[in-house]
Write a protein that binds this ligand. Sequence first.
Ligand SMILES: [Zn+2]
Ligand SMILES: [Zn+2]
Length: 344
Amino acid sequence: MKALVFYAPGNCKIEDVQSPTPDNGEILVKVNYAGVCGTDVRIYKGTKKIKAPRIIGHEFAGEIIEIGKGVNEYKAGERVTVYPVLFCGECYACRAGRKNICLNRITLGYELDGGFAEFLKIPRKAVEDGNVVRLPDNISYEEGAISEMVAAAYNGILKANVKEGQSIVIIGAGPIGLCHVILSRLRRPKKIIVSEPDKDKRGLALKLGADYIIDPKEISVKEEILARTNNEGADIVFIDVGLKDVIENAFSLLKKGGTYILFAGCPEGTKITLDPNMIHYREILFTGSSASTPECQKEILNLVSSKKIDIKPLITDILPLAEWQMAFESKGNYKALKLILQIT
Ligand SMILES: [Zn+2]
Ligand SMILES: [Zn+2]
C-alpha cells in the first residue's frame, strides 16, 4: 500500500509498504480522507518529536474492510472515523474522566502508525474502548475526517462553559478558532467577536456566526472589545493562535471573573510574562484545552448529522496524498484553512 512515512525532520516520503493485517480484536480500515493538522506540520519541521520511521496522520475517516477474530461490535463495510488517542483507563486523569490528558496516552500517527496510508490497523485497545466511531449515513468521509479536530475545539467550549447572553472573544480564525465560533453560536451568546489578520478568514468567521470581526493590524483589539462590551470586557476569551504577545495581551480583554481558554501549541521553550495581580484580583479562570474524547467526537457527528452545525465550510482544500508536501507547506504558512488529503 502507499503510505506517507516520516523518517526525520524535513524527511517524509511516500512509499510502498506492507499492508497491515488485523490480529485478534483488531480492525482494518481503508482510509478515504485524512486531515492535515498543525501537529503533522510540527512533526515534519521537527518541533514535535516522534520516533521514526512512522506513518503519520491522526485525523481520518474510511471504511472497515476487515475485522480480526473476536470483534463483534463492528462489521466490514461500516463507515467510520477513529478517535486517535489510546488512553490507559487507570491513571488519575483517566479515572477523573479526562482521557484526553491521560498520562500514558499513545496516539495513532505519533507513537503508532496513522492515517496517511491506504490501510490502517486499529489496535484492539482502541476497538474495545470505543474509539472507532460510526459515521451517520448523511455525513461524508470528508466531514468525518475533520470531526476529531472539531471535537477538540468542543472540549474547549465545555471547559469554558459558554452560556447564553455571554460575550465571547475568539483570537485567531484558523480551523480551531472557527470551530469555536460555530460551537459557541449554538449556546446563544450575546455576541461573538473575532480578531484575525487574514481577510478571508475574517469573512468566513462572519459567515459562520461571528457578530463582529477585528483586523488586529488596523485597530486596537483591546479598545474595540471594550467598546463592544460596555467597557466591561469579555466573559470568555479563546486563544486559538500560539503567539506569545497575543497570549500575554489577551488577559486584559477579559472582564472580572472571566475565563481564559488557551488552545494553541507554541514552539518549545516559549515563555510568557504576565501580571499575577491580573489573575488574582480579577479572579480570572485560566486554563488550557487540548484534544478531546470519543464521546465529544460522537457528539460532534450528531450535531452535524442533525444539521445543528455545518463544518463543511472549514474544508478549503482537498489534495491527493501525492501532494502532501504542498499541503504541509500551505498549512505551515497559515494559508489554507482545513486541508485534507484524499488517500483512496
Ligand atoms: Zn490534530
Ligand atoms: Zn490514563
